[in-house]
Design a protein around this ligand. Structure first.
Ligand SMILES: NC(=O)C1=CN([C@@H]2O[C@H](COP(=O)(O)OP(=O)(O)OC[C@H]3O[C@@H](n4cnc5c(N)ncnc54)[C@H](OP(=O)(O)O)[C@@H]3O)[C@@H](O)[C@H]2O)[C@@H](O)CC1
Ligand SMILES: Nc1ncnc2c1ncn2[C@@H]1O[C@H](COP(=O)(O)OP(=O)(O)O)[C@@H](O)[C@H]1O
Length: 277
């Protein structure tokens, strides 16, 4: 049965800081950047993860990108990596890692994802991190744990699961979660979220203002931010999808992906008030 993605289901599982917490205890999120001319997507995701409450957010970047990113971040920290092995070491200790936005469609992206697979962090894989496995899905599935999360739009979904969408989005997303043994977020006007345990929810508060470049990168960062705070992956994905749309409704016309993270304090405050009621 497909449930509506109603906040009542996951509202009480949202992570709020306790009086005694510190930034590392709140959750460590890493976001992997693309090359020097492709760093905006990672910066959007990292900022969103920080706004969602991850206590420490770090961008891990190829060495050539460091001088581009450094002047463009403040609360987000920056660490260059020189190889997939080095990336794996730098990401160790992260609670969640986002990879894929503007990562590049080359073997380095595959090797980076494989290296991250052994860190134990929850992986949120988006965009190029999905498309690069076109025709090589067995290699992707070999990396995934059940708490990992894939966030394809329909184009990316078709590359990973060719032909599956002809059975309808609902059937397709459930079958994809079963095949991948991971949570699948099939994005669209009504995003569907499926867990490998068979749960599936339909998001019904979508906003067409989200049809603008970079909003998917923000969503990946939001999911990563909640997963870093140890919210269960499926609920983290459902909560982030709903809050992402709510932020878009809050801003309305003229929305760009840059605006979304800055709408989150208000959206989260409203959610916190209603959870306390
Ligand atoms: N700020 C930044 O730096 C940003 C960087 N970004 C980075 O840019 C890269 C390209 O990302 P991308 O998503 O534009 O292109 P990609 O998936 O390679 O192919 C697009 C093709 O897929 C198809 N398609 C089918 N359904 C679709 C759907 N629902 N939504 C969208 N497309 C759909 C569609 O085919 P059509 O329908 O036109 O035949 C379309 O032509 C990637 O690295 C990404 O991370 C972006 O995140 C933006 C912000
Ligand atoms: N018409 C729409 N109505 C509601 N949500 C939409 C619509 N179009 C796009 N979205 C949402 O916007 C986001 C776009 O993500 P994505 O396609 O990955 O963009 P990008 O790669 O530019 O970041 C997804 O969360 C998707 O559900």
């Amino acid at each position: 049965m497909i449930e509506t993605n109603d906040p009542a289901i996951w509202r009480n599982f949202l992570p709020w800081p306790s009086a005694e917490t510190h930034k590392h205890a709140r959750g460590r999120l890493a976001v992997v950047s693309g090359k020097a001319h492709q760093t905006g997507a990672a910066r959007l995701a990292a900022h969103a993860g920080l706004r969602m409450g991850a206590g420490v957010v770090r961008i891990l970047c190829p060495p050539d990108a460091a001088s581009v990113i450094a002047p463009a971040v403040r609360a987000v920290m920056l660490t260059p990596f020189s190889s997939p092995e080095n990336l794996g070491r730098e990401a160790a200790g992260s609670d969640a890692v986002v990879i894929g936005p503007a990562a590049g469609l080359d073997d380095a992206t595959i090797a980076n994802i494989q290296a991250l697979g052994s860190t134990g962090a929850v992986l949120v894989i988006d965009a190029d991190g999905l498309s690069v496995f076109k025709g090589r899905t067995a290699e992707l599935f070999a990396v995934l744990d059940r708490d990992d999360i894939l966030t394809p739009h329909e184009g990316e979904f078709e590359r990973l699961f060719p032909g599956l969408l002809t059975q309808g989005r609902e059937v397709a997303v459930q079958e994809a979660a079963r095949l991948a043994q991971a949570t699948i977020v099939l994005k669209g006007a009504q995003t569907l979220i499926a867990s490998p345990d068979g749960r599936v929810r339909r998001n019904e508060n979508g906003s067409p203002w989200l049809a603008t470049a970079g909003t998917g990168d923000v969503l990946a960062g939001m999911i990563g931010g909640l997963a870093a705070q140890r919210m269960e992956s499926f609920d983290a994905a459902c909560a982030a999808v709903w809050l992402h749309s709510d932020a878009a409704h809050t801003f309305g016309p003229g929305l760009t992906s840059d605006d979304l993270p800055d709408c989150l304090p208000r959206v989260l405050s409203e959610m916190r008030s209603s959870a306390l009621d």
